[in-house]
Design a protein around this ligand. Structure first.
Ligand code: GLU
Length: 374
């Protein structure tokens, strides 16, 4: 595979580090730089690609608005600073993207939103809908409520989780480093830049341990963690410098960067996870019409479900059997067993009346379905 090009991807997550957005010394936003990035995002977006932004900067912006002194902050201080900064951050993105006629949608997530299946389905559907509406989701950790035990802590891994959750095919990490080096760039040793990494081996991880100093040390480690998460799920990742204007065009023009490439494809990787790694918690037996529909690539609607066994929660994996009992698919059920029982055999248009809330039309959405297991 040649060096990937952003223009070749269909769904791209761009993560922006705090230090790029906020000029700590001048205590203000890097407006000009942000405008150049927004123009790059708009150019990719115009090509019918889905763009998602994971933006750090809430705490940094809050600090500057509140004029907090430099130095480390206690957890409650950074949470309160994020409360102030996140508003400014959201407004900044709305303005920057609206200049290109693009609508931004703020999504704040905590660790459980990508790790717990039930909440994962919720977060994914919301972001999916924003993308269908051609809005650009602007995502950050919900820093004001995330405590140490339930936080990602860094937006590198958050961005990788979002990218894999949304089956993105590319993740761009923009920060103050232009990639991975085999020795600290400022050590005086002739450090070699690695333009491409096929696999995050222990040798590669050792380089992160050695690379940079102070802030950037942890910085490279979390970026490698992100690379592992992304590439395992079929998402290519690139680390590139955001210290230039038009940073995405710069990558396309060959600016120094490190690509972590994957042989997998995000949809296949996700389906492998559904089919192989999740323990099924129940069984849906479906009629012949539904079997045909599934084999044609459609979702499973409640009307085609004849029998339900097991005690499963929303988002759990289930086995799907044909009328003869033969397994034909596996998938994530959008309803828990109790609700699934109530709507089984019924038309999707009756769901709201039966359940008393407006549920999804599909019992198992085709994106969550793997057909063809023996
Ligand atoms: N969520 C944090 C913020 O918006 C940033 C985390 C990070 O820098 O990785 O301030």
């Amino acid at each position: 595979m040649n060096t990937p090009r952003l223009a070749d991807f269909r769904r791209i997550v761009v993560k922006i580090g705090s230090s790029l957005l906020v000029d700590a010394k001048a205590s203000r936003l890097n407006e000009k730089w942000l405008a150049s990035l927004a123009a790059d995002i708009a150019a990719l977006y115009a090509g019918k690609r889905d763009l998602l932004v994971v933006s750090s900067g809430a705490i940094a912006l809050g600090r500057s608005v509140l004029k907090l002194p430099a130095g480390p902050l206690a957890l409650e201080d950074s949470q309160a600073a994020a409360a102030v900064g996140q508003i400014a951050l959201a407004r900044t993105w709305t303005e920057a993207l609206s200049r290109h006629g693009i609508t931004a949608g703020q999504v704040l997530v905590t660790l459980g939103d990508t790790e717990e299946r039930r909440r994962y389905l919720n977060a994914r559907s919301t972001i999916d809908r924003l993308l269908q509406w051609r809005a650009v989701p602007v995502i950050n950790e919900n820093d004001t409520v995330a405590t140490n035990e339930i936080r990602y802590g860094d937006n590198d891994r958050l961005a990788a989780r979002v990218a894999t959750m949304m089956s993105a095919d590319a993740l761009v990490l923009l920060s103050d480093v232009d990639g991975l080096y085999d020795a600290p760039p400022d050590s005086g040793v002739a450090a070699r830049h690695l333009p491409r990494v096929e696999r995050v081996t222990p040798e590669i991880e050792a380089m992160a341990g050695a690379a940079g100093s102070g802030l950037s040390r942890g910085g490279m480690q979390t970026k490698l963690e992100a690379a592992k998460i992304a590439t395992a799920a079929g998402t290519h990742m690139v680390i590139a410098s955001g210290r230039v204007e038009h940073p995405l065009s710069a990558i396309e023009k060959g600016a120094r960067s490190t690509w972590f490439v994957t042989a997998a494809n995000p949809v296949t990787a996700r389906k492998k996870w559904i089919a192989g790694s999740l323990e099924p918690k129940g069984t849906l037996t479906i009629d012949a019409g539904a079997v045909t529909a599934l084999r044609r690539g459609n979702s499973l609607l409640p009307v085609g479900v004849m029998r339900i066994e097991g005690d499963f929660a929303r988002g759990d994996a289930v086995i799907i059997r044909g009328p003869d009992g033969v397994e034909i698919a596996r998938g994530l059920c959008a309803y828990d067993a109790e609700d699934a029982h109530k709507i089984r055999g019924r038309s999707s248009s009756d769901i709201d009346t039966i359940l008393g809330f407006s549920g999804r039309a599909e019992m198992v959405h085709r994106d969550d379905l793997v057909v063809g297991r023996e």
